[in-house]
Write a protein that binds this ligand. Structure first.
Ligand code: APR
Length: 320
């Protein structure tokens, strides 16, 4: 059995981190694609030279030619521009929509059998557009947001409760934006739901509300601190978890931006919901019961994504 092939479209901050993680985990041979000419080749060479020290065997190639992604098992897309301080994810729409068109066509022509994970923002709209431009089956195209948003929530909860992050599970649904929905009823420490932990005196509703608010603006907090770019370590790790679930048929249940066809009362939209990822891509969309407040927030989130799609269709008539 030959090695798997992982193509990273966009070799910037997240792309480079993805390549490093994929190499360290020996997930397969790695292609770093970017419109910038030398940079992907330089990163590939640098990472290849780390191999002898770290002891990983992975082919690493940098390229600006879509032909090099041919036959990829997984394609992870970060091509586009990231946020600068003061910008919302939605401000990136116009530029990144054009990028999705080029990338979608590149995937369609060269890697139509791949499992595609989109990271480019504004996520829920870009993954929808990428799917449209690529023409791939909906179950083979997903967006990475929920794993990251949940990881942020888990980190803050673990700090609050002073327990290991390993034992904290958390759910964040909805769009990857200010309307995302951290669901505390389904967030636990070793199975004990957060509302029970509040009753047990581990925290207060006010403190949990503040953590929910901080999770919602978790990406923006990092954009402010970095000054010229957005987060990349945690986003890359989150996408790698999704890729591994596909490549190893782990069937993990992960919150991802997935295509809905009536679930949660939503049709033909990508939005963050729990899904099972296995060898067939998105194998199941899990419909959990949401309480009234969470449902209202979820609907608000869906509405925000819908508005972005209207904007996309206005900018790119072929999507209408
Ligand atoms: N095709 C391929 N690569 C492209 C294209 C294109 N049409 N347009 C831009 N790129 C490349 C840029 O050259 C750059 O190297 O995409 C890369 C993006 O990398 P960074 O600017 O470092 O951005 P990064 O932090 O990796 O974030 C990428 O993910 O989280 C989102 O909001 C973020 O949309 C942004 C994306």
């Amino acid at each position: 059995m030959g090695r798997k092939k992982i193509a990273l479209v966009g070799a910037g901050m997240i792309g480079g981190t993805l390549a490093h993680l994929a190499a360290m985990k020996e997930m397969g041979d790695i292609v770093l694609f970017d419109i910038a000419e030398g940079m992907p080749k330089g990163k590939a060479l640098d990472l290849a030279q780390a191999g002898p020290v770290e002891g990983y065997d992975a082919g690493l190639k940098g390229t600006s030619d879509y032909a090099d992604i041919a036959g990829a098992d997984v394609v992870i897309v970060t091509a586009g521009v990231p946020r600068k301080p003061g910008m919302s994810r939605d401000d990136l729409l116009g530029i990144n929509l054009k990028v999705m068109k080029a990338v979608g066509e590149g995937i369609k022509a060269n890697a139509p059998d791949a499992f595609v994970i989109c990271i480019t923002n504004p996520l829920d709209a870009m993954v929808w557009a990428l799917r449209e431009f690529s023409g791939l089956p909906h179950n083979k195209v997903v967006g990475m947001a929920g794993v990251l948003d949940s990881a942020r929530f888990r980190h803050f909860l673990a700090e609050e409760f002073n327990v290991s992050v390993e034992d904290v599970t958390a759910f964040v649904l909805g769009g990857h934006g200010d309307t995302m929905v951290p669901v505390i009823e389904y967030s636990t420490v070793a199975g004990i739901p957060v509302p029970d932990l509040i009753k047990m005196g581990w925290s207060t509703q006010e403190r949990i509300d503040a953590i929910v608010a901080r999770t919602r603006s978790g990406g923006g907090e990092i954009v402010q601190l970095l000054g010229n770019g957005s987060a990349y370590y945690a986003p890359a790790t989150s996408a790698i978890a999704m890729a591994e679930s596909y490549l190893k048929d782990k069937k993990r249940l992960l919150p991802c931006a997935a295509h809905l066809t009536g679930q949660y009362g939503v049709d033909d939209l990508y939005v963050g919901v729990p899904v099972v990822i296995g060898a067939n891509g998105v194998e199941r969309v899990v419909e959990i019961a949401l309480n009234e407040g969470a449902k209202a927030n979820f609907d608000k989130s869906v509405h925000a994504v819908q508005e972005l799609l209207v904007a996309c269709k206005g900018l790119e008539p072929s999507l209408a």
